[in-house]
Design a protein around this ligand. Structure first.
Ligand code: 4AD
Length: 436
């Protein structure tokens, strides 16, 4: 075939090659025939589009291949690109030649509806379908935009360890591992290390996996998820909130700017998304959130932590992301700074996503006083030996500092408007799922 003479392109470059002959390496996503025309739905990892094979325009051999090729077979197709205003992609290829690379037999994920467990069992293949394709591309864009945002704001990326001896978010949800002759855990948050980074580099962020042995089967919990954790020296909580809302608006705007095709596949309402780029986001106190719940008929007492239904209710009262500030000390971790005006709450905030999605960010100003922090560590039942290095940060040049953690899958679930976190990560890990 004329592959060497004809330019090989990717589907997402089709608009630059209208009326030209090109070669594309593709997989067959789906197929439909109407007598003398075969419509091949093709994908190459950059997009999906249609290939048209007309019986009278190709050799018998190519027509036979077009008729007999199975779903997910791989091949090179040669043809001319045309505009196709009826399709959602906008272009198609009129195929003149097909070189079959590998015929696929009995692909399990057919165009009919499948149950979620079946799809998750076949996640290694399901990733090829349109919906996971769109979600993973948006995930990728959010990661790219994260690096752009924090680089532009003068942060440096500093990696936190995954194997660790510390338990910043409490000891109940730790994955324990044998580490030679001692104990270690899989990291549940890189925050404490980022605090060391902030005193070394001023503004730092990490992006890495976090592990929590959550017994919860909720749609908002994974046992392995990815977190972005910025930490800023010489910064108080209100300035941290400003960074958080600018970051979220930047993420949404980047997805709007660079993922129009993917948002269309997901049928996401982009006018709705645009509203989330308007700043500032509303801020209410924990006390006010409790009042909202009580007025809404929820049986909720001051001092309790919000469950998923509570967060859903609160976030539905706002049409933008909303900060809930100053939670009771009893329900938050030991490292937060007490509100100077009240001794029962911390200078902290969670950001709840709109449309009922609940918490996507948790953050706070950090306690800077050596003695107070030391006492908190003891009160939390943690070992002073294990945290001496962390206390050192308050001994040598302690400064006001604040930080936060964004759960990437929570943010994706909201921006893509998904029902469950499991679709927001390539290979989800939950209590009952460790494979594939
Ligand atoms: O509120 P969290 O527990 O905060 C921390 O870990 C802090 N150390 C962060 C910091 O200040 N550097 O978790 C932060 C975010 C949550 O808002 C949520 O988005 C996400 O992490 N998250 C989870 N995502 C998926 N599955 C889980 N089990 C999650 N637990 C928390």
């Amino acid at each position: 075939m004329g592959k060497k003479l004809t330019k090989q392109i990717h589907i997402n470059e089709a608009s630059q090659y209208v009326d030209q002959e090109v070669v594309i390496g593709v997989w067959l996503a789906d197929k439909r025939s109407s007598g003398k025309i075969s419509f091949l739905q093709l994908r190459d990892g950059t997009a999906f589009f249609q290939g048209v094979v007309v019986k009278n325009s190709v050799s018998d051999q190519i027509w036979e291949i077009a008729k007999s090729v199975h779903q997910e077979s791989s091949m090179y197709v040669t043809g001319v690109i045309h505009e196709d205003s009826r399709s959602h992609f906008g272009y198609e290829i009129e195929i003149s030649d097909i070189e079959l690379i590998s015929q696929s037999e009995g692909y399990p994920i057919t165009p009919k509806e499948h149950g979620i467990e079946f799809l998750l069992d076949n996640r290694h293949l399901w990733l090829r379908s349109r919906r996971p394709f769109a979600i993973m591309k948006i995930r990728n864009e959010m990661i790219r935009a994260t690096y752009e945002f924090f680089n532009k704001e003068g942060f440096i990326k500093m990696d936190s360890p995954i194997l660790t001896g510390s338990a910043p978010e409490g000891t109940t949800e730790l994955f324990h591992i044998d580490y030679f002759d001692s104990d270690a855990y899989l990291s549940q948050s890189g925050q404490l290390y980022q605090e060391a980074g902030a005193e070394a580099f001023g503004k730092v962020f990490s992006f890495g996996p976090a592990f929590r042995a959550e017994k919860s089967k909720s749609r908002r919990h994974l046992t392995e998820f990815w977190m972005i954790e910025p930490e800023m020296a010489f910064m108080h909580q209100d300035e941290s909130l400003a960074i958080q809302e600018h970051y979220i608006a930047f993420l949404v705007q980047s997805v709007l700017d660079n993922c129009a095709y993917e948002l269309k596949i997901l049928e996401r309402d982009t006018d709705q998304l645009k509203k989330y780029t308007k700043l500032p986001f509303p801020r209410i106190s924990y006390d006010e959130a409790v009042e909202l719940l009580q007025k809404g008929g929820h049986d909720f007492k001051w001092g309790e932590d919000f469950g998923s239904p509570d967060e859903t209710f609160i976030s539905e009262q706002f049409d933008q992301p909303v900060f809930i500030m100053n939670y009771p000390k009893t329900i938050k971790p030991f490292y937060m700074k007490e509100d100077p005006k009240r001794d029962d709450v911390y200078l902290c905030a969670d950001l709840l996503a709109p449309e009922g999605y609940g918490e996507i960010i948790g953050g706070s100003e950090r306690e800077t006083d050596y003695e107070i922090l030391k006492q908190r560590i003891v009160d939390a039942g943690l070992s002073l030996d294990e945290y001496q290095w962390y206390l050192d940060l308050r001994k040598y040049g302690s400064v006001p500092h604040s930080g936060f953690g964004l759960g990437l899958e929570r943010a994706i679930t909201w921006i893509c408007k998904l029902d469950h976190l499991r679709e927001a990560i390539p290979f989800p890990r939950m209590i009952t799922r460790i494979k594939p």
